[in-house]
Design a protein around this ligand. Structure first.
Ligand code: XMP
Length: 319
């Protein structure tokens, strides 16, 4: 009968067969999926694998340090961290269309991976933590006509000119299965239980133009929100929680002066696979506490709203 241990062995064998003695580059995002893919592939082919973590400036607070610690210290897996903030921010300047953002980010990731493939003396394969729902959603919307909802950058967003072949050992799995496989591979609980984070990162949580300044503001608000969620013991009950920064300014008052700053949206949903989602029903006092802290502690935000939209009709991310 079917077990995760057996699945692990099958996949290790398949990866060895697919890759042979060639080299593989694995793009790490900091999320569970790419981490599990990397560890599985490392088990299969060892040093033929190089992990690449692109710091595109669209990461959450402390995310880069956490990934570095985990891969270098905990697993001893070769890891290249690419500082690409400027490249991404320059390219995103003036871009407001959600699909244009996704396309640019997907393309730029590939440019970075191609360059790293050369640096390791030529890699024939690019590994990604693509899951089954990513495959479906990039192709069609369940029950409807075949339209692309969003170009997930680890599926449809990849340009055709890419030279490397794909290794996607998680393509048949749902998120809960990936987490189980992660546990099977000894991934620390803290990582296994992490909320999903999209490849395009904060860019799709900042409707309108993405700038470094806006990313910095959002990072602070997001960190406060997640801190409150952890302190309340709610992190594991939620599929995904994050802040978004809206391209809207509203008037407020702080002390004895008028403010005119951005609006921050808070989102939290429950889900089992990300395909459908329900709004997490926080107590009003919890949300009030978050709003107060964010407005008090984050310069540039003077108003906080909560997103009450389920999926469908909303998507989980705002773009
Ligand atoms: P949506 O917003 O489509 O998101 O309801 C469903 C789940 O997918 C994640 N997501 C992505 N993950 N690359 C990823 O790796 C992407 O381009 C991407 N877009 C959305 C999203 O965070 C949610 O968990």
């Amino acid at each position: 009968d079917w077990t995760m241990a057996a699945y692990r062995e099958t996949k290790v064998r398949e990866i060895r067969e697919q890759v042979g003695d060639k080299k593989v580059i694995c793009g790490l995002s900091g999320g569970v999926d790419s981490s599990v893919a990397a560890i599985l592939i490392h088990e299969a082919i060892g040093d033929q694998l190089t992990c690449v973590f692109v710091d595109h400036g669209l990461l959450r607070q402390n995310e880069r340090e956490q990934v570095e610690t985990m891969f270098r210290d905990h697993y001893n897996i070769p890891l290249v961290v690419v500082d690409a903030e400027e490249m991404f921010m320059d390219g995103l300047a003036g871009v407001t269309d959600p699909e244009a953002k996704r396309k640019f980010i997907g393309k730029t990731f590939i440019d970075v991976f191609d360059a790293e493939a050369k640096n390791v003396g030529g890699a024939d394969f690019l590994a990604q933590g693509t899951l089954y729902p990513d495959v479906i959603e990039s192709v069609s919307f369940t029950g409807g006509p075949s339209v692309t909802i969003k170009s997930h950058h680890n599926v449809g967003g990849l340009p055709e000119r890419m030279n490397m072949k794909l290794v996607e050992p998680l393509r048949e799995l749902f998120k809960d299965e990936v987490r189980e496989l992660g546990r099977e591979l000894g991934l620390p609980d803290m990582f296994v239980g992490r909320h999903p984070f999209p490849g395009p990162g904060l860019a799709i949580r900042i409707p309108g133009e993405v700038t470094k300044e806006r990313c910095d503001i959002l990072r602070k608000a997001d960190a406060i929100y997640l801190d409150e969620i952890r302190k309340a013991g709610l992190y594991d009950a939620i599929w995904q929680a994050f802040a978004v920064l809206l391209p809207v300014k509203t008037v407020g008052v702080m002390g004895d002066h008028r403010t005119y700053d951005s609006v921050c949206g808070l989102r939290a949903v429950t889900s089992t696979d990300g395909m459908t989602a329900d709004v997490y029903p926080f107590d009003a006092s919890f949300l009030t506490g978050c709003a107060t802290r964010i407005v008090n502690e984050v310069q540039g935000i003077n108003r906080v709203v909560y997103d009450y939209t389920s999926k469908p009709p909303g998507t989980i991310e705002w773009e």
